[in-house]
Design a binder for this molecule. Structure first.
Ligand code: ATP
Length: 237
């Protein structure tokens, strides 16, 4: 089976995330996509974040109607009652560890695809064990207008990055299609035309604006009921 892994903060999950997942499902013939909210995202540690339970609950609501979309607890905090080991308390959730944990349940014929937006992919070389990520899975990247194929290739970790004379002709080529390089396979989804961002949604919620344009009705209702994103601290991150 082709299995997708989609990590993020999902604070909250929105239409942009769902559009990416649907496009990846179709493009790579995925059978299932695990949506994995990070308890402690390595890249957003200085920003205030809604509690994991709210972010996970919203994912449950947003994925309920899609058989192939699975809300995942792979990066959940330690269980409420269990004593929290001090060394585990602050440990960020590295994607490479999550991938290896997920793969423990894989059959030999299963194949893993990592779903990611272009803004996050642009920093992929800085991720923990970046080269290993490309060994473990193929990437599905949602591009944005203005990005070229060369931008995608140049974002790769140095050891996987093609030489400048190889990428030069790619500068004028839009980031679509498949990029297959020694050590890295990247499937590029064209622009999804879903400019939603969690930051904009938190700001809209704080201003009391309707959220229906950005999130599913059930998620909008959850945000309202739980009074999420009212604090300007969270909004301003
Ligand atoms: P924030 O605004 O808080 O930074 P976000 O909207 O980017 O959040 P994340 O949970 O950080 O949401 O993103 C998870 C993944 O989804 C990342 O790989 C990101 O690039 C991608 N993503 C986010 N928004 C979109 C969108 N509108 N279209 C396509 N991909 C997206």
């Amino acid at each position: 089976m082709n299995i997708g892994l989609f990590g993020g903060t999902f604070d909250p999950v929105h239409r942009g995330h769902l559009a990416l997942a649907r496009a990846a499902l179709e493009r790579c013939k995925l059978h299932r996509i695990h949506f994995v909210p990070a308890n402690i995202p390595p890249h957003k540690q200085r920003q205030p974040l809604s509690p994991f339970i709210h972010r996970f609950s919203m994912l449950v609501l947003a994925t309920a109607q899609e058989k192939a979309f699975v809300p995942s607890l792979l990066e959940a905090p330690d269980e409420g009652g269990a004593p929290v080991r001090k060394d585990r308390q602050e440990k960020p959730n590295y994607t490479i560890d999550t991938i290896r944990r997920l793969k423990q349940s894989f059959k030999a014929s299963d194949k893993l695809f990592l779903l990611i937006g272009m803004d996050a992919f642009a920093d992929i070389a800085q991720w923990h064990q970046a080269e290993a990520l490309f060994r473990e899975c193929e990437f599905v990247v949602a591009s944005r207008p203005g990005y070229s194929l060369a931008d995608v290739a140049n974002a790769l970790p140095e050891s996987l990055r093609p030489r400048p004379e190889v990428t030069r002709p790619f500068h004028k080529q839009a980031a679509t299609g498949d990029l297959v390089l020694p050590g890295a396979t990247i499937h590029l989804l064209g622009d999804l035309h879903q400019p939603a961002s969690a930051t904009a949604i938190r700001q809209a919620a704080a201003a009391g604006k309707p959220l229906g344009r950005f999130v599913d009705a059930a998620v909008a209702e959850y945000i309202r009921k739980m009074g999420l994103y009212k604090s300007s601290l969270v909004v301003g991150r």
